[in-house]
Design a protein around this ligand. Structure first.
Ligand SMILES: N[C@@H](CCC(=O)N[C@@H](CS)C(=O)NCC(=O)O)C(=O)O
Length: 255
């Protein structure tokens, strides 16, 4: 990303607050219950990058469940001051990737782990079906996106592939994953990816379609994916957390 990120005051405030939270984890044991309750009421802090599909997953879940949160933009470019490759950010996310979420006095990393934490601790507006079979299908779709598609378009991976081959590489793995996904969705989808309720499968699908468009993948062979993506983008949890609504969004190459 070119240029430096102009950060809102919230950014700095959020950073200071985060430092305070991490350093007060042990003293917290000695707090009065009132102080502890006040601490617990603090809004979660999400470390996020506007175009990161993994960050968008978590923003969708927080919005869907109606959980207010603070956001701290973290760039994926070393040229920007607040980027994920600093020693400071290493303390927050040892993989030096986004997202991370500070919540309930914990710092959590990895979008899938975070989504499951939110699902288990804030079960209102559930994102997993009740039936074990449907849950398994949701997790299958989550895995296809989060293990077999997205990691292959990571900055580090594409840098290794090199400028010449990166578009072709990204397209290859997205197409391979979408072919599998389309076949799964043809048996599982109703209004949404698995049945008629929004699930974690949908939360992972939409940001990956955004990535596919970014890498100019022809979506014609994937009618279910296209249909579900359009349906879901009409949902406020998805539209309000869209990359283009983010405070650190910088339009680049018409994207
Ligand atoms: N499994 C992790 C993957 C996180 C991840 O790959 N994040 C990307 C953005 S979507 C990132 O930070 N990439 C930086 C890099 O590749 O150096 C998750 O789901 O949170």
């Amino acid at each position: 990303m070119a240029g430096s990120l102009r950060l809102p005051p919230m950014f700095i405030k959020g950073f200071l607050r985060h430092s305070a939270m991490t350093t007060t984890l042990v003293p917290r044991l000695a707090m009065s219950s009132k102080a502890a309750a006040a601490e617990d009421q603090k809004k979660p802090l999400l470390y996020s990058f506007w175009s990161s599909s993994c960050s968008w997953r978590v923003r969708i879940v927080l919005s869907f469940k109606g959980i207010p949160f603070d956001l701290k933009p973290i760039s994926l470019s070393k040229r920007d001051t607040n980027n994920c490759y600093t020693d400071e950010f290493h303390q927050i996310n040892p993989m030096q990737r986004v997202p991370s979420l500070v919540i309930d006095g914990h710092t959590l990393s990895d979008s899938v782990a975070i989504m499951h934490y939110l699902e288990e601790t804030r079960p209102e507006h559930p994102l997993l079906p009740e039936s074990p079979y449907e849950r398994a299908k949701v997790r299958e779709i989550v895995e296809i996106v989060c293990s077999s598609i997205q990691p292959l378009q990571n900055v580090g991976v594409l840098d290794e592939v090199g400028d010449k081959g990166r578009l072709k590489w990204a397209q290859l793995w997205i197409k391979r994953g979408f072919t599998a996904l389309e076949s799964v969705l043809s048996t599982t989808s109703g209004k949404y990816s698995v049945g008629d309720k929004i699930t974690l499968a949908d939360v992972c699908l939409v940001p990956q379609v955004f990535n596919a468009k970014r890498y100019k993948v022809d979506l014609t062979p994937y009618p279910n994916i296209v249909r579900l993506n359009e349906e879901l983008l009409g949902n406020p949890a998805f539209s309000s957390s869209h990359p283009h609504t983010q405070p650190d969004y910088i339009p680049k190459n018409g994207f």
